[in-house]
Design a protein around this ligand. Structure first.
Ligand code: GLN
Length: 483
């Protein structure tokens, strides 16, 4: 077994016993990157030389996580290293400060291996909307890894990184995790600081871990969670010990299954797989019950109205003056704004800005934006009712497995459908995890989604862990880089 094949908790065990050094780990991953990055295209900025240097200088008396590599999505600010958001607008942007999560990881001694590819400004579900490159799915190089955190997720799935950080607005960690056969978590809104995360839709955004297994997910969440006074929406709650109940099993726990999530638009093989996963949970002693989630049909409209409205406002700061791309030719201030934005933003970003400006404009504000906000409250209430009865809610993560590169990139509505099951979670600010639950007849991974109540990540991880141990996906299936 190569070191790059191990999970972080397995690496930590070996470090503890002095069987390996941090330098061995870094070397192993860099070798893997040299072998696979050409095919996968996950990194926007690769920091292999810096990582090697840092690892070399780690002393024998080290902190627990010192020397463990990590990848950071390129919309999370890193001092002295470019943060591009995969946009021409920020092609040369270097942040003067670290995001809080990055600061925390550095304090623990983790080594930043690089900045990861993504859809421009995190808008997309396939990582095809990056200005720089298209990341490939390690299970089939002709297919997308999902998005928008496709670089982070594909790098972990192909063992180029032991783990990574992505960001979520409507599913951008869970959906690619599902399409690439790894674990992805979207924490409760407010649990992880957004300070230094370039804003897409502030009321929905949250940074989340992408890992090889559930235990690593619990570890990484523990490293990044916690109150931050630099983020006014950060929740003032104590973070939990996410490992404490990991192995407690699911006996007697109640799982709710919303029947509307198994109807329109779902691929038959995905549906069959998730129904099978439900049987596994029953065999493990969980009580599973079907219920009705009446708001299901309104999720995408609510999400895309709110997300675009907030995006149009957040992206107003890119004006060609303060930072980012500035047009060379202009004859007035207005033209400087217009030309800089026209040149700096890609089509999908422009589409969102136009849509967002429209739903916020006088005359349409009441009809769209305000209505979406009212419906958002109803969604929150409907989940609340669900959690009075159930410990978690179980759904597929994505209605389909990985699609072909180019299959949906010219059809925004088709692309938006990829988020059908993930956006409700962001709308309600809940935590949710995607774990691999099998493969389809093309040997493409399928993901199972578990949604928890606010700040109940510990229970979510416990229930996810039970399935993982029973199913053993990582032992059964490995990506084969099919061309
Ligand atoms: N695909 C969704 C969108 O484009 C979600 C993106 C995300 O979670 N960042 O808005």
């Amino acid at each position: 077994m190569e070191l790059y094949e191990l999970t972080v908790h397995e690496l930590l065990e070996k470090l503890e016993k002095n069987e390996i050094t941090p330098e061995d780990i870094t070397k192993s991953y860099i070798e893997r990157i040299n072998n696979k990055e050409q095919d996968i295209q996950a990194f926007i900025t690769l920091l292999d030389k810096e990582a090697e240097e840092t690892a070399k200088n780690i002393e024998a008396e080290r902190k627990k996580y010192e020397g463990i590599p990590i990848g950071i999505k390129d919309n999370i600010c890193t001092k002295g290293v470019k943060t591009t958001c995969a946009s021409k607008m920020l092609e040369d942007f270097v942040s003067p400060y670290d995001a809080t999560v990055v600061e925390k990881l550095k304090d623990e001694g983790l080594i930043m291996m690089g900045k990861m590819n993504m859809d421009e400004f995190a808008m997309g579900s396939s990582t095809e909307y990056s200005y720089f490159k298209k990341t490939k799915n390690p299970w089939d190089l002709t297919r997308v890894p999902g998005g928008s955190s496709g670089g982070s997720i594909a790098a972990v799935a192909s063992n180029m990184l032991p783990w990574a950080l992505g960001s979520e607005t409507g599913g951008s960690v869970r959906q690619p995790a599902s399409l690439c056969g790894i674990v992805g978590l979207k924490p409760t809104y407010g649990l992880v600081s957004r300070y230094g995360l370039v804003a897409y839709a502030s009321s929905l955004d949250q940074i989340g871990p992408a890992t090889k297994d559930v235990e690593d997910c619990a570890l990484l969440l523990g490293l990044i969670a916690g109150h931050d006074k630099k983020d006014t929406t950060s929740a003032n709650v104590d973070k939990k010990d996410y490992l404490a109940h990991l192995k407690d099993g699911v006996k007697g726990l109640k799982i709710g299954v919303p029947k509307e999530f198994f109807q329109k638009g779902i691929n038959e093989e995905v549906k069959e797989n998730i129904l099978n996963a439900i049987e596994i949970y029953k065999n493990l002693g969980a009580k599973v019950e079907e219920f009705s989630f009446s708001m299901a049909d309104y999720m995408l409209p609510i999400y895309y109205i709110i997300a675009c409205a907030e995006a149009s406002s957040n992206l107003g700061r890119f004006d060609g003056i303060r930072y980012g791309h500035r047009a060379k030719e202009f004859s007035s201030l207005k033209e400087l704004y217009v030309n800089s934005r026209t040149e700096g933003f890609g089509d999908e970003v422009k589409r969102r800005i136009i849509l967002g400006t429209y739903v916020l404009s006088s005359g349409y504000y009441e009809a769209y934006y305000k209505k979406a906000q009212k419906l958002r409250t109803l969604v929150i209430n409907e989940f609340k009712k669900g959690f009075e009865k159930y410990d978690v809610i179980l759904t597929p993560t994505s209605p389909t497995t990985a699609f072909k590169i180019g299959e949906k990139s010219d059809n925004p509505l088709e692309m938006y459908l990829a988020d059908l099951y993930t956006v409700p979670v962001n709308i309600a600010g809940l935590p949710a995890i995607s774990i691999p639950s099998g493969v389809d007849s093309n040997r493409l991974p399928i993901g199972l989604q578990l949604i928890g109540n606010h700040f109940e990540e510990d229970k979510l991880l416990q229930i996810a862990y039970a399935f993982e141990q029973a199913f053993k996906f990582r032992e059964k299936y490995k990506p084969d880089f099919k061309k």
